[in-house]
Design a protein around this ligand. Structure first.
Ligand SMILES: CC(C)(COP(=O)(O)OP(=O)(O)OC[C@H]1O[C@@H](n2cnc3c(N)ncnc32)[C@H](O)[C@@H]1OP(=O)(O)O)[C@@H](O)C(=O)NCCC(=O)NCCS
Length: 163
């Protein structure tokens, strides 16, 4: 059983170290570097098991309405063990405490190719409560259609008891 903590220092290096371990998803060094620089200015939570940060989530507020998951990634050897779900819970709590009513994320939409890794990412978001809202075919690039997903927040947040 691990724990979720806010990461306050070394965010870029942590981001690089996890993204480079996921070449099936993040194959372009420029994308990894841009993400590493971007997370420095974002709220980042990590999931820690036995002193290893096994996963991270970076959050970008679009207040008052929404908080966006700018990045979520779990080290490959820890996939499927619950770290991602714990971090989505942390994101929901952060968004709720910020006064937001939606958690959002942009991910690659299906594009007629055999890409099980991106299909798995979409399944993860569905399993953690996100709903596909709209596809923006050219938001990123015409070869990278963007799927915008949203998760409405409830009054009672994960791991918290209603009074
Ligand atoms: C997406 C990702 C963060 C999920 O992290 P994770 O720690 O493996 O996820 P969890 O173990 O917490 O799984 C949470 C739920 O998603 C489901 N899920 C996770 N991976 C899945 C997969 N490959 N296929 C189908 N469902 C999956 C789990 O079954 C679980 O659902 P359940 O609790 O109802 O059984 C991880 O696979 C990853 O790092 N992927 C590469 C990077 C990426 O795609 N990031 C998002 C784009 S920026």
């Amino acid at each position: 059983m691990g724990r979720t903590v806010e990461i306050l220092t070394g965010k870029a290096e942590l981001c690089r170290s996890i993204m480079v371990a996921l070449p099936d998803w993040f194959s372009e060094p420029e994308v990894i570097e841009a993400s590493a620089l971007a997370v420095e200015d974002l709220t980042v939570f990590g999931y820690i098991e036995a002193d290893v940060v096994t996963a991270l989530i970076a959050l970008k507020p679009h207040l008052p309405g929404a908080v966006e998951i700018a990045l979520i990634a779990t080290r490959p050897e820890y996939h499927g063990r619950g770290a991602g779900r714990h971090l989505v819970d942390a994101a929901e709590n952060f968004a709720h405490d910020s006064g937001a009513r939606l958690l959002t994320v942009k991910t690659l939409a299906p594009r007629g190719r055999d890409e099980p890794q991106f299909e798995a990412t979409r399944r993860f978001y569905e399993r953690t409560g996100f709903v596909s809202a709209e596809v923006f075919p050219k938001h990123w690039h015409e070869d990278h259609p963007c799927l915008f997903m949203v998760k409405p927040l409830t009054e009672t947040q994960p791991g918290r008891t209603a009074l």
